[in-house]
Design a protein around this ligand. Structure first.
Ligand code: NAP
Length: 229
């Protein structure tokens, strides 16, 4: 186990996070995958990959649960931290229509909480490792067409917070990535999405791995192209 690269994937019960866990395992990595409840998908991966997969519990909007996970992983060194967890609520609504709680839930889950995870875990990542979080093409203010405006604004907020984190850690040698996976068929992406998970996640893992040892902040898509902020 000690010679293997290790990835911590936050929010891996289903969808893109589960696919990330599977992709790293298939590539021979040690994976610590988190869920906030029971995950059939992770159970199946555990049957296939045995002790290479460690399953942990965390709810990222519960700071005490994030701190508890940090405590449990205190002795671990990560090659990659990938914060994938996110939600989409009231995506078709406008600021006047949305229930305030739904919007606040999105900001808490998609922007503040991923950054709290990064604040608490980034020193567990090797100095030539990668800190990645799942952003979205929709998080680009420059490219916005107004589509899914409330969700998009939560990802733009995530991008801003990551940029501010970078500004506080300019000397940091780790790569800091905001990754846009494309529009992918998951519970969130819906069956109308353009891409199958298999057309996104292997490319996402390729691009994250290519960024190891390349310091600095980048907002990129699954091909590694830089996106306009
Ligand atoms: N699918 C797309 O087209 C697309 C495009 C761009 C960006 N993204 C982003 O990619 C990420 C994954 O999306 P997805 O399509 O895989 O969505 P999904 O199928 O709805 O899965 C979301 C994942 O996030 C977890 N999660 C949600 N809230 C959490 C919390 N408070 N604490 C811990 N885990 C939490 C969920 O866990 P539970 O099972 O416990 O709910 C689940 O594992 C999200 O950040 C999303 O915004 C997706």
């Amino acid at each position: 186990m000690s010679n293997k690269s290790t990835a911590l994937v936050i929010g891996a019960s289903r969808g893109l996070g589960l696919a990330l866990a599977e992709e790293y395992l298939t590539r021979g990595w040690q994976v610590i995958a988190t869920t906030r409840g029971h995950s059939e998908g992770l159970d199946k991966l555990r049957q296939r990959f045995g002790v290479s997969l460690e399953i942990e519990q965390v709810d990222i909007i519960d700071l005490s649960s994030v701190r508890a996970l940090r405590g449990r992983l205190d002795a671990r060194e990560l090659d990659t931290l990938f914060v994938n967890a996110g939600i989409c609520k009231a995506n078709e609504l406008t600021p006047l229509q949305v229930a305030e709680k739904d919007y606040l839930d999105m900001l808490l889950t998609n922007a503040l909480s991923p950054m709290r995870v990064i604040e608490l875990f980034h020193d567990r990542v090797k100095v030539d490792g990668v800190v990645a979080t799942m952003s979205s093409e929709l998080g680009s203010i420059a490219d916005s067409t107004g589509f899914w405006e409330l969700y998009s604004s939560s990802k733009a907020a995530l991008n801003m917070l990551m940029k501010s984190f970078h500004a506080r850690h300019v000397e940091d040698t780790r790569a800091l990535l905001l990754v846009a996976p494309g529009w992918v068929r998951t519970d969130m992406g819906s069956q109308d999405a353009l891409l199958d998970v298999s057309e996104s996640i292997p490319l996402v893992v390729d691009v994250v791995n290519r960024n190891a040892g390349v310091p600095g902040l980048r907002f990129i898509n699954r091909h590694g192209d830089e996106l306009p902020w």
